[in-house]
Write a new protein. Structure first.
Lengths: 114, 113
């Protein structure tokens, strides 16, 4: 059981480039989220999904797009990378969102935008 | 707007000590509260989850308490070990489902042998 997987582990982009961070989970969880972690600021929610075909914005959605065509996958797209998007990105999932379920996090993608 | 604060930002203790990590939040209307552990360069691992109707949860040497009215939670670690060295993050669940969470910046714990 792989849990939550993320690719790539590391990425360097130039300003203006676009890319997709991949996230997959094999636990059949309905809820998935993307966070970014910056030094001294904790994790901030970018986008989340409560099921296939349903997505919504989190705390810091600007500059990012998401889609959820399957239960397993939840990719995060950077449309035109900016240095302010340099961060560590975490994908997470949980099963039902009924308040008693914990979130499972992937290992993260460290992104640097030059 | 919900804000989560963790004090202290860093803590160093000798092995064997009991210690308390603090978490405070500004809006008491939370869905639940979770404590996570993060090792350097790794993802987050959930340690304890307290639902809004609960006062505490225990797992092994860890005990987490929740006081919604005062906007506080504590994580108590008994008989600390060098393997407990990590960053500990507190997060509160908002609205009707807990994948909309607000995180504190964490407390970096070092347990010295």
């Amino acid at each position: 059981n792989a849990g939550v997987t993320q690719t790539p582990k590391f990425q360097v982009l130039k300003t203006g480039q676009s890319m997709t961070l991949q996230c997959a989970q094999d636990m059949n969880h309905e809820y998935m989220s993307w966070y970014r972690q910056d030094p001294g600021m904790g994790l901030r929610l970018i986008h989340y999904s409560v099921g296939a075909g349903i997505t919504d914005q989190g705390e810091v959605p600007n500059g990012y797009n998401v889609s959820r065509s399957t239960t397993e996958d939840f990719p995060l797209r950077l449309l035109s990378a900016a240095p302010s998007q340099t961060s560590v990105y975490f994908c997470a999932s949980l099963s039902s969102g009924q308040g008693a379920d914990t979130q499972y996090f992937g290992p993260g993608t460290r992104l640097t935008v030059l | 707007k919900q804000e989560v604060t963790q004090i202290p930002a860093a803590l160093s203790v000798p092995e064997g000590e009991n210690l308390v990590l603090n978490c405070s939040f500004t809006d008491s209307a939370i869905y639940n509260l979770q404590w996570f552990r993060q090792d350097p360069g790794k993802g987050l691992t959930s340690l304890l989850l307290i639902q809004s109707s609960q006062r505490e949860q225990t797992s092994g040497r860890l005990n987490a308490s929740l006081d919604k009215s005062s906007g506080r939670s504590t994580l108590y670690i008994a008989a600390s070990q060098p393997g407990d060295s990590a960053t500990y993050l507190c997060a509160v669940g908002l609205h009707g489902h807990n994948n909309d969470m607000r995180f504190g910046a964490g407390t970096r714990l070092t347990v010295k042998p």
